[in-house]
Design a protein around this ligand. Structure first.
Ligand SMILES: [Zn+2]
Ligand SMILES: [Zn+2]
Length: 126
């Protein structure tokens, strides 16, 4: 069998690249839309931003879902980069806590079958 890259994996690469591009375009368009309908003021610290500093103002998603972009802007919050970072740092903290819980669950779930297997082997050896 000749070993070469299968066409399937390059197809997958292309799909991933296209999905990334679409995501970037979507991100760009919701930002543009948010700029049109929301004031250029940070919702947390109330700093105002002119056009020349606009890139320091970000579009934050209230529910954390970047695909949830209602055209009326109800899921968007304008936050400066600092306040947006603060928001996400809080998100990361709570996420880290819950994933640690999941790790615990996972390890107990995988250990139990192994114990049983051990018992089975013991019985067989007897
Ligand atoms: Zn701010
Ligand atoms: Zn955000």
């Amino acid at each position: 069998m000749p070993s070469r890259k299968t066409p399937d994996s390059s197809k997958l690469d292309r799909i991933v690249a296209e999905a990334k591009k679409a995501q970037q375009e979507r991100a760009h368009s919701y930002r543009e839309q948010a700029l049109k309908i929301l004031p250029w003021i940070c919702g947390r610290c109330a700093r105002e931003f002119g056009r020349e500093r606009l890139r320091e103002l970000t579009v934050h998603h209230k529910d954390g879902n970047h695909d949830n972009n209602p055209p009326d802007g109800s899921n968007w919050e304008r936050l400066c980069v600092y306040c947006n970072d603060n928001e996400h740092a809080r998100d990361e903290d709570s996420k880290a806590g819950s994933s640690r819980e999941k790790e615990k669950e996972k390890s107990t779930a995988t250990h139990k079958p192994l114990e049983k297997l051990g018992e089975l082997l013991k019985k067989k050896n007897r």
